[in-house]
Design a protein around this ligand. Structure first.
Ligand SMILES: Cc1ncc(COP(=O)(O)O)c(C=O)c1O
Length: 407
């Protein structure tokens, strides 16, 4: 006799198939880079990849790999315990101090705290600070980790429409909650645009609210020295809580929270994902340290300049009508196609051409706005960008012809 639960799961999986929402993993061999070798039914294939968040091309950088190896030789592979028991290592401390110093121009009395992932960091901050007496004002396009943090916290939840400052101001004015927190991505992960952080901060200050900024896609890429979105907008306030993640432009893994020292000390004492989770391997902190040397130095500036050139080349070359290239200046360049099935068919056609671009469907994006999420890296060559542009333009042109024929 089968367990009814398993039958139900099988039916739900079939339903995902019907709605073209069943997702698949591909096993990558060797490192992340512009060209990736992936396992397939007919053996390994080399693909030109535009789907990673490795914006500066550091994920397979030899200096980071060497630092990781050195860290493992000195400190082993595991931290052995949560940070509050015995898992906090000098290497963790060193990078926390670097993050604290980096964000100090933007947050008075700034201190930073390292987490195993950005997902953990976001849920930790929100659940440690917000409770039933807190009203949270959450951007409609926020990342799932912020959404889940808000749900877990039990706070009063207000979702404001994407980038709609007026709507947010109205909600804030109407709220009688004791504590208020505005929560936003800095760079929207599926749209690539930037949140209006200066306006959000002005509202936070006016209403005595905290402003939590998730800069997963900005840290390392935006602002002088890659210091992130607060540096990009030139902001400074004790209302700011900043989350930078380390698995994207920084090329390693993990995240940090930077905030006023009282906030950070409260997280150390009370944030459950911090208190009750094994500290990240110290060796990762060695690699993060090496990445920060690159990101904050002259080679980081050169990588960001190259990235900007590649983004501009892509946008100048694309001709995607009847689809829509969203107005993004970041490395995330979404092309909205609409239907799930059509989006996945285009992604499959690109793949047949040896080009790997992620097709993104609901629930990651709203229904009817399935898209190709093209991500550009500094490591892409001009030729590689041109190859992508030609392949996407050809697919769009096929769609144009199909529409003309059906008229
Ligand atoms: C906006 C945003 N925030 C947070 C995260 C989670 O970070 P991490 O991958 O380190 O868990 C991601 C993506 O992974 C993201 O895109």
């Amino acid at each position: 006799m089968t367990l009814p639960w398993l039958d139900e799961l099988q039916a739900r999986l079939s339903d995902l198939d019907t709605r073209h929402q069943r997702r698949q993993r591909r096993a990558v061999q060797a490192g992340c880079g512009p060209e990736m070798v992936v396992s397939g039914p007919d053996g390994p294939r080399r693909l030109l990849a535009f789907c990673s968040n490795d914006y500066l091309g550091l994920a397979a950088h030899p200096a980071l790999a060497a630092a990781l190896g050195e860290g493992a030789r000195r400190a082993g592979t595991g931290s052995g315990a949560s940070a509050l028991i015995s898992g906090h290592h000098l290497a963790h401390q060193r990078v926390e101090e670097r993050f604290g110093a980096l964000l100090a121009p933007h947050i008075p009395n700034c201190r930073a705290l390292l987490f195993g992932t950005g997902f953990l960091a976001n849920t930790a901050v929100i659940t440690a600070l917000a409770d039933r007496d807190t009203a949270i004002f959450s951007e409609a396009l926020n990342h799932a980790s912020l959404v889940d943090g808000v749900r877990l916290s039990g706070a009063i939840r207000h979702v404001y429409p994407h980038a709609d400052i007026e709507a947010l101001a109205t909600l804030l004015r109407a709220s009688t909650a004791v504590r208020k927190m505005i929560v936003t991505d800095a760079v929207f992960s599926m749209d690539g645009d930037l949140a209006p952080l200066a306006e959000l901060l002005a509202l936070a200050e006016e209403h005595g609210a905290l402003l939590l900024v998730d800069d997963a896609h900005g840290f390392g890429v935006l602002g002088p020295g890659g210091a992130g979105s607060l540096a990009h907008f030139g902001l400074r306030s004790q209302h700011l809580i900043y989350v930078g993640t380390l698995g994207k432009a920084i090329g390693v893994a993990g995240a940090f929270v930077a905030a006023h020292e009282h906030v950070i000390e409260w997280l150390v004492q009370r944030a459950r994902p911090y208190v009750f989770s094994t500290a990240p391997p110290p060796a990762l902190a060695y690699a993060i340290d090496a990445a920060l040397d690159i990101v904050g130095g002259a080679s980081g500036d050169a990588l960001r300049a190259t990235l900007a050139l590649r983004i501009a080349r892509l946008r100048a070359g694309l001709d995607v009508h009847p689809w829509r290239l969203l107005p993004s200046s970041t490395a995330i360049q979404p092309i909205v196609i609409g239907e799930n099935s059509r989006t996945m068919a285009v992604a499959a056609a690109l793949l047949a051409d040896g080009i790997w671009v992620a097709g993104i469907r609901p629930p990651t994006v709203p229904a009817g706005s399935a898209r190709l999420r093209v991500t550009v890296c500094a490591a892409h060559s001009e030729n590689q960008i041109d190859r992508l542009v030609a392949a996407i333009n050809e697919q769009a042109s096929n769609d144009r012809s199909r529409i003309e024929r059906s008229c």
